[in-house]
Unconditional design. Structure first.
Length: 151
């Protein structure tokens, strides 16, 4: 697991919201990526080995659940030095869900997330219903079951 610090599991002080640039440097907001029923937010970085294993599995989950009202967004916390590598990296993994750039980890901090990878599942009202830190083989099954449970 690539721990940046420790994880504080707590509810958000307010409804989740962000405005970040995507891979094409266009602004995207939480409202644009949120799902009708659930929203999956995955914080990750190119230098995090568990993140590299989780992203293809999350892409499969995105393809499985996108037509069921589940929105996905990956939020990269890569710093300024890795920004030029980000789009080719994501393309090489075949990621189809939106990717946002949180260069200074401000959104990550606002959401009380202090480790990568960390996956959040939010319900229709934006309430945190599940959090998953790290990624090991088989974790995709746990995440899939949680998505089904909250649909």
């Amino acid at each position: 697991m690539c721990l940046v610090f420790g994880l504080q599991v707590s509810a958000f002080a307010q409804q989740p919201w962000f405005e970040l640039r995507n891979l094409d440097m266009e602004w995207i907001t939480y409202e644009e990526v949120k799902g009708e029923t659930l929203t999956i937010i995955d914080f990750w970085a190119t230098w995090c080995q568990p993140c590299l294993r989780s992203i293809p599995e999350l892409n499969d989950l995105y393809l499985e659940f996108r037509d069921q009202g589940v929105g996905f967004v990956g939020i990269s916390i890569d710093g300024p030095r890795n920004q030029s590598k980000l789009k080719p990296f994501v393309n090489s993994l075949g990621v189809e869900y939106p990717i946002a750039r949180d260069i200074n980890s401000e959104v990550m901090s606002e959401m009380n997330v202090y480790a990568v990878p960390t996956l959040l599942i939010l319900d229709q009202q934006g309430e945190l219903v599940f959090i998953h830190e790290g990624f090991r083989p088989g974790d995709d099954h746990i995440i899939r079951e949680k998505i089904k449970e909250y649909l």
